[in-house]
Ligand binder design. Structure first.
Ligand SMILES: Cc1ncc(C[n+]2csc(CCOP(=O)(O)OP(=O)(O)O)c2C)c(N)n1
Ligand SMILES: [Mg+2]
Length: 668
């Protein structure tokens, strides 16, 4: 039977060989954290390599994602579908072993990490999801949700501000099943961290309300084991295990230097490391059979899942409705009556025809849907009333009770967004989060990561323009719509009234492969009359909202609150016998995904007189109005004044739209 050090050395060998082969990557962290990973994976973590999607598996998140080879080595050694050839292809095009862990490329990788600190926030989200599902589905006699979330984090993760946001909230929520290993190696890319990172990390986490296990020798299996036992005994606080480690442990000349962080060791140092580790075989990627046997978790994993399946069978017999509901939620399926419920809601919005702010419509929609969607777990970064996320019947989770459907995130936009992604990726939860649109860029990289991971993370952004008024330019988003639209795989909705808002919510909820942002107004907007066909067309992202009696001489394209300006302008022109079509474009991304024939039907190529109006920067609209079209927007910061006055002062008015349309028609 190999000893623990030999088991850990298998990770070291695979990591340094793969990085050497690719001549690219990060050997230091995997060699430094190998002993920790070995104890965690061989003694504690509950996974089934044959079924990495088993609902009650432990979650493992590598927040210091540059150490991806550690995760790939462990997945390979434990018997996941990651082969030696996959390791040989480390960092190559389309391989299962990309530079940083990607949840959509590699079986067993729960989330995509690399931007430091965000994995930690994802882990907090996963731990919240576990607690919420446990509260909903476990019964005194049968437990079907009972797993840990284990996270590795480095100096970089803890220097990042998001670690404060996420870990502070994790302490408040008392996430007892969250266990974070701090890789305290005193090194980051620029060298010794003592020159730029002198916090007392253990004290800091204790102040958050965490259990902290201090001064663990990260190369002593016994100490690591003991620390993990301490962590698992604690039920009411998350645990931080502070491990002193040596980066690049095993590389005799390069260990404990920044040089080993992110560069191949070189053939000489690889050979020297083999000697240092007492590794006989010089062949790259050659792992002795005895080590493979000791690492293999296929049988044990099957048995673990098997036990759970037996328990689930008993649960099905005892609580058949809960069992069906659990399976539905973990599969990410919507309730059977979903279509009927949401269609009714759209019809009632269309009938009511109220003039109101879209944030208020959104609240009414949430209030109507929340009872039908128990998977909904919403929240706001301290703007619940303003964002309209405090839907009727919302009930906050807290450290003593996770049965609610709402999270008071506090003022933590970045962590909130990454936590939302963790909630979504865990499964069983449909998260939404909220703040003012202008603060979306506090969270921006987490929005981007939600889009990369394909998480169904719904982002409610209210106060979506200068129309918010008196709070002034610091609070008035100008560049945000255009800038969010630049993020691939993010759907940005800017609905014009309650009906479009309902359709936006429907689309965001029905989406299975990525996040949606809903930009909503603070101020009232007029309701638009629509035929059933028009209502159906909203989901296409863009559609004809108003058609002139006679010939279409020009097009006006608008989103959100500016749709009513477009409509007013067009009515004014109609009185003079000028025919203009209004196109509402609530979701540019979805409209661009429509077939060319549909897009041409909405925006006929031969109608070149075109105006676009949106209370944001004009960037991006030329693709719809052409080089000679007119774009009415705002390419500077707003001003502190009542919203209507800021619109007027910015020249975003119905009169301006009408004028621009006349000019366009004259020039055509
Ligand atoms: C948000 C973010 N900023 C910068 C980087 C680039 N980067 C990758 S690793 C690293 C240093 C991390 O230091 P540490 O966590 O101590 O890792 P170690 O060298 O100990 O493995 C930096 C700056 C990043 N990945 N993410
Ligand atoms: Mg470090």
């Amino acid at each position: 039977m190999p000893d623990r050090r030999e088991l850990a050395n298998a990770i070291r060998i695979l990591a340094m060989d793969a990085v050497q082969q690719a001549n690219s990557g990060h050997p230091g962290m995997p060699m430094g954290m190998a002993d920790i990973a070995e104890v965690l994976c061989n003694d504690f973590i509950r996974l089934n390599p044959a079924n990495p999607d088993w609902p009650d598996r432990d979650r493992f998140i590598l927040s210091n994602g540059h150490g991806s080879m550690l995760q790939y080595a462990v997945l390979h050694l434990t018997g996941h579908d990651v082969s030696l050839d996959d390791l040989r292809n480390f960092r190559q095009l389309h391989s299962k072993t990309p530079g940083h862990p990607e949840n959509f490329m590699t079986p067993g990788v729960e989330t995509t990490t690399g931007p430091l600190g965000q994995g930690l926030a994802n882990a907090v989200g996963m731990a919240i999801a576990e607690a919420a599902l446990a509260a909903r589905f476990n019964h005194d006699d049968i437990t079907i949700v009972d797993h840990h979330t284990y996270c590795f984090a480095g100096d970089g993760c803890l220097m990042e501000g998001i670690s404060h946001e996420a870990c502070s909230l994790a302490g408040t929520l008392g996430l007892g099943k969250l266990v974070v290993f701090y890789d305290d190696n005193g090194i980051s890319i620029d060298g010794r961290t003592r020159n730029w990172f002198t916090d007392d990390t253990p004290d800091r986490f204790e102040a958050y309300g965490w259990q902290v296990v201090r001064n663990v020798d990260g190369h002593d299996s016994g100490e690591i084991r003991k620390a993990l036992e301490t962590a698992r005994k604690e039920k009411r606080r998350p645990t931080l295990i502070c491990c002193k480690t040596v980066i690049g442990w095993g590389a005799p000349n390069k260990k404990d230097t920044a040089g080993v962080h992110g560069a191949a060791l070189g053939d000489d140092e690889v050979a020297a490391a083999r000697a240092e580790l007492g590794w006989q075989d010089a062949t790259r990627f050659a792992i002795p059979d005895a080590l493979y046997e000791a690492w293999d978790k296929r049988e044990a994993g099957n048995a673990l899942e098997g036990e759970w399946l037996d328990r689930f069978e008993a649960y099905e017999a005892q609580y058949p409705e809960d069992a069906v509901e659990f399976q539905r939620r973990m599969a990410g399926k919507l309730p059977e009556n979903w279509h009927a419920v949401v269609d009714d809601l759209i019809a009632s919005q269309q009938q009511a025809g109220t003039t109101t702010a879209t944030r208020k419509s959104s609240k009414a929609i949430l209030s109507a849907l929340a009872g039908q969607l128990p998977e909904l777990l919403g929240g706001s970064a301290d703007l619940s009333g303003s964002n309209g996320t405090d839907f009727d019947g919302h009930r906050a989770i807290n450290a003593n009770d996770f049965s609610g459907n709402y999270i008071y995130y506090g003022v933590r936009e970045f962590a909130m967004t990454a936590i939302g992604t963790g909630l979504a990726l865990h499964g069983g939860i449909l998260p939404f989060t909220a703040t003012f649109l202008v603060f979306s860029d506090y969270a921006r990289n987490a929005v981007r990561m939600a889009a990369i991971t394909g998480a169904r993370n719904i982002l409610v952004y209210t106060h979506d323009s200068i129309g918010l008024g008196e709070d002034g330019p610091t609070h008035q988003p100008v560049e945000h719509l255009a800038s969010l639209r630049l993020i691939p795989n993010l759907h940005v909705w800017r609905p014009a009234d309650g009906v479009e808002t309902t359709v936006a919510w429907r689309a965001a909820i029905e989406r299975r492969d990525g996040p949606s942002a809903l930009a909503l107004t603070r101020q009232n907007v007029a309701h638009n009359e629509r035929t059933a066909e028009q209502v159906a067309a909203i989901a296409r992202g863009g559609y004809i909202l108003h058609e002139p009696q006679d010939r279409v001489q020009a097009l006006v394209i608008a989103t959100g609150s500016e749709v009513e300006l477009a409509v007013a302008a067009v009515h004014e022109l109609a009185a003079d016998g000028v025919g203009v079509r209004v196109v509402s474009l609530p979701c540019v991304e979805l409209f661009l995904q429509q077939k060319q024939a549909y897009r041409d039907q909405v925006l006929p190529p031969d109608v070149t007189a075109r105006v676009a109006v949106e209370a944001g920067v004009t960037d991006g609209w030329h693709r719809f109005v052409g080089a000679n079209g007119t774009i009415i927007g705002i390419d500077q910061f707003g001003a502190s004044a009542p919203g209507a006055d800021v619109f007027e002062a910015s020249g975003i008015t119905a009169a301006a739209v009408a004028r621009a349309l006349r000019q366009q028609i004259d020039a055509a």
